[in-house]
Design a protein around this ligand. Structure first.
Ligand SMILES: O=C(O)CCC(=O)C1=CC=C[C@@H](O)[C@@H]1C(=O)O
Ligand SMILES: [Mg+2]
Length: 322
């Protein structure tokens, strides 16, 4: 219904490239991520209402690259319609998210959500969780599949024994484990089932059947992330019978409208996850999470100061640059 009455509207379109260096590089099995590149888009309607969107791709998760997103923005006319927005192809999911979110941007900022704090890979995590706990975080996510497994299992023993009883720990391997290593982790986690919420993407995307096998062999829940990075992959895994946890990154997933349709049609156990976006993409993603997070799982949008704080007028200054 929403998209019918907006179809005749024309928007003045402009965009700016924006990048931020991580205060500490994000180290995962995918590698070392030092700088977050994105594109901020601005739409101004006939009544001079301004709305914003953010294109924050993660190409190693299967989304478009920042160059492909820039090329797409450059070829758009200065005046665009909702028709053009709804015709953004599925191979540009981060663009679909940004433009559609801009059409439905709301002002709400405080969402009734609980947040998960991201811990760095390796032993750094042992010194990070306490400060987050004091800030009120009860759920933490720790990156594994980065260092040698025995080193990580030792750090895990220290971490899990230091976390308070009511804390929840998620492990995220980013597809970096072998089948045998995943079994070692699942056996370990099964010993701490009250604290372990899930293991995220233990195996690579092409090992779907093996992850199904593991999810039927161990108590610890498995969550898919890279395997369901966009709507097409989500539908495929759902049709192939996945009923574990689905980690959805709205920023790279594609059309929010079609995500809402899927989540209303199928009651899936979903965890919403950040793509390390600015406040613009974060607002749009949390709006979706607040609407679709039926199961009260913490959202992976902890404010862990991934970037140096921006000036309050960063957006205004950005629009003065070319
Ligand atoms: O989901 C969270 O808790 C925080 C976001 C997060 O972990 C990630 C965001 C983007 C890419 C990855 O490095 C990582 C992930 O794999 O989930
Ligand atoms: Mg993940």
């Amino acid at each position: 219904m929403f998209f019918i009455w907006k179809s005749f509207m024309v928007y003045q379109f402009s965009f700016r490239y924006f990048s931020q260096k991580f205060t500490n590089p994000i180290i995962t099995n995918h590698g070392v991520w030092e700088t977050r590149e994105c594109i901020i888009i601005r739409l101004i309607d006939a009544k001079n209402n301004v709305s914003w969107g953010e294109i924050s791709p993660i190409s190693w998760f299967g989304s478009e690259t920042i160059k492909q997103a820039l090329d797409f923005c450059y070829q758009l006319p200065k005046a665009i319609t909702q028709e053009i927005i709804l015709a953004i192809p599925d191979n540009l999911p981060a663009c679909q998210f940004a433009f559609e979110s801009a059409l439905v941007m709301e002002k709400a900022t405080n969402f009734n959500l609980t947040y998960s704090g991201l811990l760095s890979a390796g032993k750094l995590a042992l010194n990070q969780w306490g400060n987050l706990w004091e800030q009120g975080y009860k759920t933490f996510k720790w990156k594994i599949g980065v260092d040698e497994i025995n080193q990580e299992l030792e750090i895990f023993d220290l971490l899990i024994s230091s976390l308070p009883t009511s804390a929840k720990l998620r492990l995220d391997a980013n597809g970096g484990l072998t089948y045998q290593e995943a079994e070692l982790w699942l056996k370990k986690c099964d010993q701490f089932s009250s604290k372990i919420e899930f293991i995220e993407q233990p195996l690579p995307v092409d090992k779907f059947r093996e992850m199904q096998e593991l999810s039927n062999s161990y108590f610890t829940t498995i969550a898919l992330d890279e395997s369901i990075a966009n709507l097409h992959q989500l539908e495929l895994c759902f049709q192939q019978g996945w009923r574990g946890i689905f980690v959805i990154k709205p920023g790279i997933f594609g059309s929010p409208f079609r995500l809402k349709e899927f989540c209303k049609k199928h009651q899936i156990d979903v965890v919403f996850s950040s793509v390390f976006e600015t406040e613009i993409g974060r607002q749009a993603a949390l709006q979706l999470a607040a609407e679709l997070s039926g199961n009260n799982r913490a959202v992976g949008f902890g404010i862990n100061h991934f970037f140096q704080p921006q000036e309050s007028n960063w957006l205004e200054s950005l629009w003065k640059t070319f």
